[in-house]
Design a protein around this ligand. Structure first.
Ligand SMILES: *Cc1c(COP(=O)(O)O)cnc(C)c1O
Length: 366
């Protein structure tokens, strides 16, 4: 098979390495690997197959993602972070042996109304300040008592919350959320689960019975500032394509849609077969680097659906067909995200269907 021009390479050795890093940060905690949104664009099933033996549980956002995992033969614990909103979903939880987040009184009512043949493991989520999902701290003891009376709820439950600003090491909000959570749960038996990647790295007190790393497992820094390398993480995804045309443009000529880039001198230009139709950000600004061999070339002109153009003046010797790295091993996705005015999460999740997936089992030579 001829490999597609635009492809991602997934490095499973890097993935395993990053799981070990998460365990080093939180040695006393069980690890729940978050693989929602197609494993942050990395291919849900392949990542799950490579992770399931390495971690204590997997987490996805929605029921349908968990069912896909079960149908692909993934065993072990899976948590649904968004919970359920109908009775038939509760029945599916039991059928597929899934754990679930309970975050509202409406869900407690549903659990009180359902008769099941067996019980389900529940993560009771408290809203400690994110104000998205979760029961309010002042409702906690009442709803907990009601859930303790539900035959379909396995006891004891796990208590969880989610941080709003853990990526900002200066922000006191994380400590405030931790305080609210500790106070609400202190008189009750049950495991506790708080930390996302940023909290695992920056907020040691939040590493409780469970941690829930997402982004860091893919080898990307979750922090506001800094790069994965400084945290000892290795990128799992590398996004590649290749040069499909090389040409000279003369001083004064423009390149691409909108004619947004104008040559201030004669310029050697390379056309790369990748664009926003593959998930490369259209808003990447002029000068965003790509890596060709070990040289950086700057993006010029607008990114189009299937192509983008780079200035090759500083990269002598580039030839038709040469491989181009858009982000990954050697070019941090954090840097590209900054150039595109976004965060690494959106770039990774944005990889589209037509991008071919290649799997690599070993780390590259240093
Ligand atoms: C996505 C998510 C995580 C993982 O977050 P990262 O920043 O990727 O580590 C953890 N917990 C919940 C509830 C989430 O929605």
């Amino acid at each position: 098979m001829i490999p597609a021009a635009a492809h991602i390479e997934l490095n499973m050795a890097a993935l395993r390495h990053n799981v070990c890093r998460a365990r080093e940060y939180a040695p006393g905690s069980k690890v729940m690997a978050v693989i929602k949104a197609n494993a942050y664009g990395h291919c849900l099933i392949r990542i799950a197959q490579n992770l399931s033996a390495e971690v204590d549980a997997l987490a996805v956002a929605r029921l349908d993602e968990a069912i896909r995992l079960r149908k692909a033969g993934i065993q072990g614990r899976i948590l649904i972070l968004q919970g359920f909103s109908q009775i038939d979903e509760i029945e599916a939880l039991l059928h597929y042996q899934l754990d679930v987040v309970v975050h509202s009184e409406a869900q407690v009512q549903l659990l009180e109304s359902v008769a099941l043949a067996d019980s389900i493991t529940i993560f009771l989520k408290i809203d400690t300040g994110m104000n998205r999902l979760g029961i309010r701290p002042e409702q906690f003891s009442e709803l907990l008592s009601r859930l303790q009376l539900c035959q379909c709820v396995r006891q004891p439950m796990v208590f969880m919350t989610h941080f709003a600003n853990a990526d900002d090491v200066q922000d006191v909000k994380t400590v405030q959320q931790l305080t609210v959570f500790t106070k609400a749960t202190k008189n009750y038996a049950g495991e506790k689960c708080m930390a996302n990647s940023a909290a695992i790295i920056a907020w040691p007190d939040t590493r409780l019975d469970w941690v829930r790393p997402g982004l860091m497992l893919y080898g990307v820094s979750p922090m506001l500032k800094g790069f994965a390398k400084q945290l000892g993480l290795l990128p799992v995804m590398s996004l590649y394509s290749r040069i499909i045309a090389i040409k000279q443009v003369k001083k004064g000529e423009t390149v691409g849609y909108g004619a947004t880039w104008k040559a201030d001198k004669n310029t050697c230009l390379g056309v790369v077969s990748i664009g926003y139709g593959d998930g490369y950000p259209r808003h990447a600004k002029q000068g965003t680097p790509v890596l060709i061999g070990n040289k950086r070339a700057p993006l010029i002109g607008r990114v189009s659906m299937d192509m983008l153009t780079v200035d090759l003046n500083a990269c002598s010797g580039v030839q038709l067909g040469d491989q181009v790295l858009l982000w990954g091993d050697g070019l941090p996705v954090e840097e590209i995200a900054t150039c595109a005015g976004t965060i690494p999460y959106t770039l990774l999740c944005g990889i589209t269907q037509r991008v071919q997936v290649l799997v690599k089992e070993h780390l590259s030579e240093a």
